[in-house]
Design a protein around this ligand. Structure first.
Ligand code: SAH
Length: 254
């Protein structure tokens, strides 16, 4: 039997509720049920006036709902409801396990659509006022995570990071010292400029600029929100711009 419902994988953006797309807001208003990540802003969820709201988010180191169980719930919901929203932080297609959900929906013969959102690296760049691809300095950007899921092959993320002009590392703050040591060991300059941006676009956003050799020190800064590590020469030349960021600024680590 074909399900009547359709599942929308919707990007919630980086944090600030008004960075949602109009399409996402419209779907939330019409949704019958919303399965959302743990970090989605309450004001964003509040747009889903009619919907039952179910948290299924995964936050590293905390309780998480197994992916297969989430897939099953999406499929079950599509059999019961017309508009099912799976709301994910940032953009669903970047480090969001969207493919697992899409594959499961396709296998179950359920219609789906993806609504993009603003990903963390782009939000952080906006906060800093520093282009990821500053002309004459950076011609490419690499989105990287050093984290591998259970049963996943180890990935040579460092090779991609070393090859990139600018690199945005997601889910990396917990292993910042390891990231720095690995990159330096593999030939990166210890002086390479790095910026860590936490809670980009939210009222408590903050950033810290440092050098690659000092990256491990971020573990002493009490970063508890989601944070992205940006690495590249573009963050050196634009240092004065960083100082102008309205976010609370942590002093550079010596
Ligand atoms: N799909 C999401 C990424 C999910 S992985 C996206 O496109 O943004 C979760 C990681 O995203 C976090 O560990 C952190 O590295 C980053 N992140 C998410 N929101 C962030 C924010 N507001 N500020 C800084 N980094 C953020």
């Amino acid at each position: 039997m074909n399900a009547a419902g359709k599942v929308y994988l919707v990007g919630a953006g980086p944090g600030a509720p008004d960075l949602l797309t109009l399409r996402a807001a419209d779907l939330l208003r019409r949704a019958d049920i919303v399965f959302h990540d743990a970090l989605v802003h309450p004001d964003t969820l509040a747009l889903a006036v009619r919907a039952e709201k179910i948290a299924v988010g995964k936050r590293c180191g905390r309780h998480s709902t197994a992916q297969r169980f989430i897939n099953k719930r999406l499929i079950d919901a599509a059999h019961r409801y017309a508009i099912v929203v799976r709301l994910k932080g940032g953009d669903p297609m970047l480090f969001g396990r969207a493919q697992e959900e899409i594959d499961a929906l396709e296998q179950a013969g359920i219609a789906y659509a993806v609504v993009p959102g603003i990903t963390a690296a782009l939000a952080a760049s906006a906060v800093l006022g520093i282009s990821l691809t500053r002309r004459g300095m950076s011609r490419n950007v690499t989105f990287i995570t050093p984290r591998t899921g259970k049963g996943e092959d180890a990935h040579d993320w460092a090779r991609s990071a070393l090859a990139a002009d600018t690199c945005a590392i997601y889910m990396g703050v917990g292993e910042a010292a390891h990231i720095a040591a690995t990159l330096i060991d593999r030939g990166a300059s210890p002086e390479l400029p790095v910026v860590v941006v936490e809670n980009a676009t939210l009222p408590d956003q903050r950033s810290v600029a440092l050098r690659l050799a000092d990256l491990g020190a971020v573990s002493t800064l009490g970063i508890t929100g989601p944070a992205v590590i940006l690495i590249g020469e573009v963050y050196d030349r634009l240092q004065p711009t960083i100082a102008a960021v309205p976010a609370r600024r942590v002093d550079a680590v010596a």
